[in-house]
Design a protein around this ligand. Structure first.
Ligand SMILES: Cc1cc2nc3c(=O)[nH]c(=O)nc-3n(C[C@H](O)[C@H](O)[C@H](O)COP(=O)(O)OP(=O)(O)OC[C@H]3O[C@@H](n4cnc5c(N)ncnc54)[C@H](O)[C@@H]3O)c2cc1C
Length: 621
C-alpha cells in the first residue's frame, strides 16, 4: 500500500492552548527539533481556547495563595481530582500567566494600581480570574498563533483530521506494550490519507461534549482524540463528569447560537436567574444563590425546567438590569454585543438561557509530565483526565491547557534527548484504519420495497452492522443527509434526556440500547458523494461515529458511579458517598468491548476534612 508519509520529531494534534504551548515549549527546549502541529481546523481559529470569555484562574493577588486555589479546585472537584495534577496546575498557573504577558505578548486587564484585575467566578473563595474584558481567549490564542508563525521551523498542517494512532510494527497486547509510531490523517482539503510518524506525539484535540442538544464547544470538536485513544486501548477516567454551563443562550431551535454561553462573571457580578414568571429561584436550592458552582446551578435550572416554570421557549432568564445597564454595558461589552446579535438586551432586559454541555472533566489517564501508559504518547488540555475531578472551576480550563501544554512540550523534548526515537509503523493497522474511515463510501443500500436496506461491509465494534430502523420511504432509502441529520438529532436528544444533567439507571440503560442502534444506523447510512475533497458529509459521518462511541463511554461511566458528585447527579443515588473512600471510574476498550472499573483516589496533598489554607492570608505579589 502506498500512502504519503511524513516524518517529524514531535507531532502535536490540535492547535488550541495546549497544542500551541506544547509547540513553543518543545521549540524552546530544542530549536533543532522538527515540530509539526496538525489540526482539524485552522491554526488559531479552531477549538475552544479561542472561545474563552471569562478568564484564567491564577493566585497572583495579595491575599490569595496557591494553597487557596488548590483547595478551591479540590473542593469544587468533590475530592476526585488527582491531587498531583491539580497542584501542578495551580502552582504553574502563576508562572504561565507571567509568561503569557511577558513573553507571549498578552495584555490582561489591570487595576488602577497596575496589578492584574481578578474577577469573581463561581465556586471560588477569591476573585482570581484574570481576563481581557470578556474576550480573553482571543487575546491568548492570537498571541500564541503569532509566536508560532514567528518560528517557521514549526510546521503547520491545517485542516488535517487525525483519525487513528498507529502502533509500532509487531507490537501487540495492551496499550502499555504498544509504543505509538505515528498518526493517520485525512487531509480534509484533498480527502487523501497521510501518515505522519514521530518520536513523540501529543494528543491535544480538546475533548468537547458536542453530543448534547445544547452544547458550547466549537463545531470542529467531536471528541475524536478521545475516541482514538479509547480504540488504541488507553484508559479514560471520570468520563461521567460532563460539565453543563448554566447560561447557554436560548436563541431558537434553528440557530447554532443556541447553546453558546454567556459567561459566569455575569452571575459573579450579581446577575439574577429568573423563572418564567420572573421570580428568582436559586436560593430555594443553595444558600449561595446564583454564585453556587456550575453543577448546582445547572441542576437547579433543570429542575425548574422539568417543573414547567419556564419561559415560553422552555428556558429561564438571566437579568442584569438591576446592576445598572450602563455599568453592565461597560463591564460586559462583548457579552452585550453577542446577546444583541441573538435579539436580546443583556444590559437592561432579560436573556433566555438554558444549561448547556460545556466541558469534559474526564479524559485520558496521564502523569504530571503528561506521559500516558503508551510509550511515545502524551496528552494535555481537555483531552487529559484527572485535573478537575467531578467539576471544573470556571477559569481552570484555559489554565489547564496552557500549563500542561507547556509541560508536554518540555517532556517530549526531554524524552527525545534521552533517546526516544522513531518506530516503524504497523502498515496493517494503517490499512485497517483506512478501510474503517472509507467504510461509508462502500455502503450500497439496496432499495427493497417495504423492506430494510442492506448495508454491506461496514465494520461495527462487537458485531455485524444492523440496518434495522433505517427509514425507508416508498421502498427507497432516504437521502444520506436525512439519515445523518436524523441520527444526530436523535443522539443530541437522547443524551440530553437520559444521560444529561439529572440521570437514573433506567434512562441510561435506555440510552445505551439506543446508542447501539444509532451506531448501526449510521453504518448503514453511508456517504453518497464519493468525491473525497472537502467532503463535509464524510466528516459529519466521522464526527458522529466519534460522538456515538464517546456517548457510550459517558453512559457506561455514569451507570458505574452509584452516587452523586459534582457534575454527575443520579436521582436514584442522591448521596455523594464518603469522600475519604472516593473512587474514580476508568473505561477501556478491550476486544471491541467497553470495560468499566474504578480505582481509589490517592490523597497525596490533603485528605477530606483537612485544608492547606493557612490562617494568615499570604501575598504572592
Ligand atoms: C464558549 C466557551 C467559553 C469558555 N470560557 C472559558 C473561560 O472563561 N475560562 C476557562 O478557563 N475555560 C473556558 N472554556 C474552556 C476552555 O476553552 C478549554 O478548556 C480549553 O481552551 C481547551 O484547550 P485545548 O487546547 O485542550 O483544546 P481546544 O482549544 O479546544 O483545541 C482543540 C484543537 O484540536 C483540534 N482537533 C479536534 N479534533 C481533531 C482531530 N481529529 N485531528 C486534529 N486536530 C483536531 C481542533 O481543531 C482544535 O485546534 C470555555 C469554553 C468554551 C467552549
Amino acid at each position: 500500500m502506498t500512502i504519503e508519509t511524513l516524518k517529524t520529531d514531535v507531532l502535536i494534534l490540535g492547535s488550541g492552548g495546549a497544542g500551541l504551548f506544547a509547540a513553543l515549549h518543545a521549540h524552546r527546549a530544542n530549536p533543532h527539533l522538527a515540530i509539526t502541529v496538525a489540526t482539524k481546523g485552522l491554526l488559531g481559529k479552531s477549538g475552544c481556547t479561542r472561545m474563552v470569555q471569562g478568564g484564567y484562574n491564577v493566585s497572583l493577588h495579595k491575599g490569595d495563595s496557591v494553597e487557596r486555589h488548590f483547595m478551591d479546585t479540590i473542593d469544587g472537584g468533590k475530592w476526585l481530582p488527582n491531587q498531583e495534577l491539580a497542584w501542578t496546575l495551580v502552582e504553574k498557573a502563576v508562572e504561565r500567566v507571567r509568561e503569557l504577558e511577558n513573553e507571549i505578548g498578552c495584555f490582561f486587564d489591570r487595576n488602577s494600581d497596575g496589578s492584574l484585575h481578578g474577577k469573581a467566578f463561581a465556586g471560588q473563595t477569591f476573585d482570581r480570574t484574570v481576563h481581557k474584558g470578556d474576550l480573553t481567549g482571543i487575546e491568548i490564542i492570537n498571541r500564541l498563533m503569532e509566536q508560532v508563525w514567528a518560528r517557521p521551523s514549526i510546521r503547520r498542517l491545517e485542516e488535517h483530521r487525525a483519525i487513528a494512532l498507529v502502533p509500532e510494527k509487531g507490537a501487540t497486547g495492551d496499550a502499555s506494550r504498544k509504543p505509538v509510531a505515528g498518526v493517520l490523517f485525512i487531509d480534509i482539503r484533498t480527502g487523501k490519507f497521510r501518515l505522519i510518524t514521530a518520536k513523540a506525539i501529543l494528543l491535544a484535540t480538546g475533548g468537547g461534549p458536542t453530543m448534547y442538544k445544547y452544547h458550547t464547544p466549537s463545531g470542529d470538536k467531536a471528541m475524536d482524540g478521545l475516541a482514538m485513544a479509547l480504540r488504541y486501548g488507553l484508559p479514560l477516567r471520570d468520563m461521567e463528569m460532563v460539565q453543563f454551563h448554566p447560561t447557554g443562550v436560548l436563541a431558537g431551535p434553528d440557530t447554532r447560537m443556541t447553546g453558546t454561553i454567556i459567561e459566569e462573571g455575569l452571575r459573579g457580578a450579581g446577575g439574577y436567574l429568573l423563572d418564567g414568571s420572573k421570580q428568582r429561584f436559586m436560593f430555594n436550592y443553595d444558600p449561595r444563590g446564583e454564585r453556587a458552582t456550575r453543577d448546582l446551578v445547572s441542576q437547579s435550572m433543570y429542575r425548574e425546567m422539568q417543573a414547567g416554570r419556564t419561559t415560553p421557549n422552555g428556558g429561564l432568564y438571566i437579568s442584569m438590569g438591576h446592576l445598572g445597564p450602563e455599568k453592565v454595558a461597560k463591564q460586559f461589552k462583548g457579552m452585550v454585543e453577542r446577546c444583541a446579535d441573538c435579539g436580546f438586551d443583556l444590559a437592561g432586559g432579560l436573556v433566555e438561557v438554558v444549561p448547556t454541555a460545556h466541558y469534559l472533566m474526564g479524559g485520558v489517564v496521564c502523569k504530571v509530565d503528561t506521559s500516558t501508559e503508551v510509550p511515545g504518547l502524551y496528552v494535555a488540555g481537555e483531552d487529559a483526565g484527572g485535573v478537575h475531578g467531578a467539576n471544573r472551576l470556571g477559569g481552570n480550563g484555559v489554565a489547564n491547557s496552557t500549563v500542561y501544554g507547556g509541560i508536554a512540550g518540555e517532556t517530549m523534548a526531554a524524552d527525545i534527548k534521552r533517546g526516544l526515537g522513531h518506530r516503524e509503523p504497523d502498515m496493517d493497522v494503517v490499512a485497517a484504519e483506512i478501510a474503517r474511515a472509507e467504510a461509508p463510501f462502500r455502503v450500497r443500500p439496496t432499495p427493497v420495497a417495504g423492506g430494510q436496506p442492506k448495508a454491506e461491509g461496514v465494520p461495527v465494534a462487537g458485531g455485524q452492522p444492523k440496518a434495522e430502523g433505517v427509514p425507508v420511504v416508498g421502498g427507497q432509502r432516504k437521502a444520506h443527509w436525512t439519515d445523518t441529520n436524523r441520527i444526530r438529532d436523535t443522539l443530541l436528544d437522547l443524551m440530553w434526556d437520559d444521560v444529561g444533567i439529572i440521570r437514573e439507571r433506567s434512562g441510561m440503560e435506555r440510552a445505551l440500547a439506543q446508542l447501539d442502534e444509532l451506531d448501526a444506523q449510521l453504518c448503514a447510512a453511508g456517504v453518497p458523494d464519493t468525491n473525497r475533497a472537502f467532503n463535509l458529509s464524510w466528516h459529519d459521518w466521522l464526527n458522529l461515529r466519534s460522538q456515538i462511541v464517546m456517548s457510550k463511554v459517558v453512559a457506561h461511566a455514569a451507570l458505574k458511579r452509584e452516587n452523586s458528585r459534582g457534575a454527575h447527579f443520579r436521582e436514584d443515588f442522591k448521596e455523594p458517598g464518603a469522600m475519604d473512600t472516593s473512587r474514580f471510574t476508568v473505561v477501556r476498550e478491550v476486544d471491541d468491548k467497553l470495560q468499566v472499573g474504578d480505582e481509589p483516589v490517592i490523597f497525596t496533598h490533603v485528605k477530606p476534612g483537612e485544608t492547606l489554607i493557612k490562617d494568615t492570608p499570604e501575598a504572592a505579589e
